[in-house]
Design a protein around this ligand. Structure first.
Ligand code: CU
Length: 143
């Protein structure tokens, strides 16, 4: 090591490059750039969920992170709509809009969701029978 260090001092930048190449993969801790950044591949903005309703579809991410989310329901259609969230296979309503969301308006609320499989439905005027429902999976944070 001492010999190389001396060479480095003399050779300057080029010596530095050679030195780095010679020692590459040595005992430098490779801990500075593992996967977390790469794991954020989804464009989903967890914690802030936009839902768009129209005739007769619900447009929102099919996978959400568990915990508190800010949900905004925007009616892009010409008819009234609402939105209910239930656990799949259960009647109990986990969250619902405060009545109807009128066309060109948005209702925003903070909702806390536990991990599980949910159904998101518009029940206004039987819209659920016309396709206004979707399954949403809520995943725990500690993946
Ligand atoms: Cu509807």
């Amino acid at each position: 090591m001492k010999v190389r260090a001396a060479a480095l001092a003399i050779a300057g930048p080029i010596g530095l490059m050679l030195f780095a190449a010679a020692c590459g993969g040595g005992d430098e801790a490779p801990s500075s750039e593992p996967g977390p950044a790469a794991a954020v591949t989804s464009s989903q903005d967890f914690g802030d969920v936009a839902v768009f309703v129209t005739e007769y579809t619900i447009d929102m991410p099919a996978i959400l992170d568990a915990g508190e989310i800010e949900i905004s329901v925007t009616n892009q259609g010409v008819e009234d709509h609402n939105l209910l969230i239930t656990l799949k296979g259960e009647e109990a309503i986990v969250w619902q809009t405060d009545g109807i969301v009128e066309p060109n308006s948005t209702e925003t609320a903070v909702v806390e969701l536990e991990p599980g499989v949910y159904m998101v439905v518009c029940t206004f005027a039987g819209h659920d029978t016309r396709g206004m429902f979707m399954e949403v999976e809520v995943r725990s944070d500690d993946r």
